[in-house]
Structure formats: structure tokens, C-alpha cells
Design a protein around this ligand. Structure first.
Ligand SMILES: C[S@@+](CC[C@H](N)C(=O)[O-])C[C@H]1O[C@@H](n2cnc3c(N)ncnc32)[C@H](O)[C@@H]1O
Length: 357
């Protein structure tokens, strides 16, 4: 061993790495617990054997037992070795089930598997530098829709829209609303159902996202809602909307500056731009204190930055941060910007502004 090494520091770092690989494994298993419905099942059951849990969940007992091994050794479920029963404590249920939305961490764990699916392509991109296209990602829109249900839809009427004084009343009276990069359109569908006098448009470049959004709107009979496949870097409307929203849809753009200019132009005079975007600071040393810093830089490198680069964009990355966002909003023609945080969503800031003209 090198005599200049501080062995205590080496040992501490080794313990950190051991903890990291254990937790990485748990992240995948928690994702599986979400996808298979096992957490929802366990929340309904008292302490139960792997047989009883598998029967209730309609799953293979052998798989369920191995999964429970990970959950028990990871202190996510409690195991009674005498009774051979497993129990999900109420305090963990509160953060792992569909009923726990918007606090369901298990849904967010799916991102680890989504990113793992593109590891080969991202490793290649480290060498050629040309990014990884949206089309390479598996289950992206499905997982994003679940995230939107948690971080946006669940608190849309109680917390997000009230950030703009009077906006709920204007929506009730009837205004024109555009959501850019709307993905599967869950936020718009919720607004269209709640405010039948307003008119809602959703644009996304993804035919898959728009197909899911349009199918849902049709199923719910929402006549005041339309979706279209549209590159928002070439947004055609001018002075057409009272409100434009962008939920987590600016930082991964190929032409974010053009998109922001288009939003300013598409708004009516006095119209509002409400932008939810990742709560980075624009400075790595400040991001060190962000509770999700490593995860956000990871998802940025393996998705947000990569999809922008793949389309010839600047690759702003998810952690472009507040300083850069404010600079770009000003350059695009917006006036003063209010930046808000909401307690349910430490991952994002909410920017509220109007065109300066
Ligand atoms: C991170 S996702 C957010 C989706 C949605 N707003 C939500 O919260 O679930 C970003 C979305 O922006 C879309 N997008 C990216 N570039 C676009 C462009 N130039 N025009 C339209 N949509 C775009 C992607 O297809 C994707 O659905």
C-alpha cells in the first residue's frame, strides 16, 4: 500500500462505494416492486409469507422471495425469521405505493432502469460526442408520464397554478393555453377537465407521446383539448396564447434559445409563461448541496444533455440551472422573472414571467 495514503480515508471511501452498489441494487429492485405492484400488495397485507404475498400479487413465488430478500437485507421490509413473514412498515408504505402519490419514490426509481437500457449508446457517445437520440430510450414517455402525475398533476390546482395570482379564475372564465413538450399530456388533460371554458393545445415532437395524449383525451371526452406533433423550435403561432406552460421541457431542447423566443412571440400581450425546470444552480460547487445532485447530473448525462446533442443542440443538460435559465429568458425577450420552489418537488424550480414587449 502507498505510504502516502491516508488509510482511514481509503476505508471510508470503500464503505461509501459498498453502500453505493447496495443502494444501486435496491433502486432496481424498488423499481421492480413498483412495476409488479408488490409494494401496493404488501401495503394491503399484514405480515405475510412469500407464498401469501406472491398469491395476492399473482406473481411467481420464487421471484417474489428473492425480491423480498433484497428488500429485507436492505431494511425496506421487516422479516420475522420464526414466522418467515415479511411486512412493509406503514412509514415505508407512505413513500413506496401508488396511493402515496405525489410521494411515491418507487415510481422515480424506474429512471435507473431506463438509463441502464442506454448505457452502451451513452458510452459510445462519450467517444463520438454526438449524443443519443430520444428514439433510443425504452419506456421514457411511460415513466415520464408517471413522474408528471406526481410532480405536476397531483399538485396542479392546489399549488402550481396558484403560483400565478388570478390564474385559476382566468382559466375558469376561459383562456387559450399551450403546453410545449407536453409528452403524454397528463397536465393538460387535468386542466382541460377542470376548466371546460378554456382551450388547451399540447405540442410535442414525439409521435408516441402525442398518440398517448390524444388517446387519453378522447377516452375522457375532452373537446377543449387538442394535441399535435410539432417541433416547438418552429412554433407557428404569434400572439395566440394567454398562458404557455413548459413542464421539464426546456433544458433538453436542441434549440432552447429559439424555443424561448417562440414562446415569448406566441403569447398575447401580458400573457404568462410558467416554466417548471430542474433546480440546479448553474454552479457545480453549489449543486454539491443539492439533495439530488448526483442523480440529476446522471440523468442529465445519460438523457437530457444527450438528446439535445443528438439533435445538434448545445446539450444544456438538466443542471443548466437558475443563472443560465434567467439569462436565457431575458435574451429571449421576457421581463422580470419570479422563481418559486414548492415543498413537494425539490427537483424543480417554477419560473413565472411575461414577455417584456
Ligand atoms: C422531459 S420530457 C417532459 C414531458 C412532459 N412535459 C411531462 O412533464 O411529462 C420533455 C419533452 O419535450 C419533448 N421535446 C423535446 N424537444 C422538443 C421539440 N423541439 N419540440 C417539441 N417537443 C420536444 C420531448 O419529446 C419530451 O416529451
Amino acid at each position: 500500500m502507498n505510504a502516502t495514503l491516508d488509510q482511514t480515508r481509503v476505508d471510508a471511501f470503500g464503505a461509501t462505494l459498498a453502500d453505493t452498489i447496495n443502494r444501486a441494487g435496491l433502486a432496481l429492485m424498488i423499481s421492480l416492486g413498483h412495476r409488479t405492484g408488490l409494494f401496493d400488495t404488501m401495503a394491503r397485507l399484514p405480515a405475510a409469507t412469500s407464498d401469501a404475498i406472491a398469491t395476492e400479487a399473482k406473481l411467481s413465488e420464487r421471484y417474489v422471495r428473492e425480491w423480498l430478500g433484497a428488500m429485507a437485507t436492505g431494511n425496506i421490509v421487516e422479516f420475522d425469521p420464526d414466522q418467515r413473514t415479511y411486512r412493509l412498515p406503514a412509514e415505508h408504505t407512505a413513500l413506496l405505493t401508488r396511493a402515496a402519490t405525489p410521494n411515491n419514490f418507487a415510481a422515480a426509481m424506474q429512471w435507473v432502469a431506463v438509463l441502464g437500457h442506454v448505457e452502451d449508446a451513452v458510452a459510445d457517445a462519450f467517444r463520438h460526442g454526438r449524443g443519443v437520440p430520444y428514439s433510443a430510450y425504452h419506456r421514457f414517455h411511460e415513466v415520464m408520464a408517471e413522474e408528471s402525475a406526481q410532480t405536476v398533476v397531483a399538485v396542479l390546482f392546489d399549488q402550481i397554478l396558484p403560483l400565478v395570482p388570478g390564474l385559476m379564475d382566468r382559466l375558469a372564465t376561459g383562456i387559450d393555453v399551450l403546453d410545449i413538450g407536453c409528452g403524454s399530456g397528463r397536465a393538460l388533460a387535468a386542466m382541460a377537465a377542470r376548466f371546460p371554458r378554456s382551450r388547451f393545445t399540447g405540442y410535442d415532437a414525439s409521435p408516441e407521446g402525442i398518440a398517448a395524449a390524444a388517446a387519453e383525451a378522447k377516452k375522457r371526452g375532452l373537446a377543449n383539448l387538442r394535441f399535435a406533433v410539432q417541433d416547438v423550435a418552429a412554433l407557428p403561432e404569434r400572439g395566440a396564447f394567454d398562458l404557455v406552460t413548459a413542464f421539464d421541457a426546456i433544458h433538453d431542447q436542441a434549440q432552447p434559445d429559439a424555443v424561448l423566443r417562440n414562446v415569448a412571440a406566441a403569447l398575447k400581450p401580458g400573457g404568462i409563461f410558467l416554466m417548471q425546470d430542474i433546480s440546479g444552480s448553474s454552479h457545480v460547487h453549489l449543486d454539491k448541496s443539492h439533495p439530488f445532485g448526483p442523480f440529476l447530473y446522471t440523468i442529465s448525462c445519460m438523457h437530457c444533455m444527450s438528446v439535445s446533442l443528438a439533435n445538434g443542440g448545445p446539450g444544456l443538460g438538466a443542471m443548466w440551472g437558475k443563472d443560465v435559465a434567467l439569462r436565457m429568458l431575458a435574451a429571449a425577450g421576457f421581463g422580470p422573472v419570479r422563481v418559486e420552489s414548492l415543498p413537494h418537488d425539490p427537483l424543480n424550480f417554477f419560473y413565472i414571467t411575461t414577455p417584456a414587449r
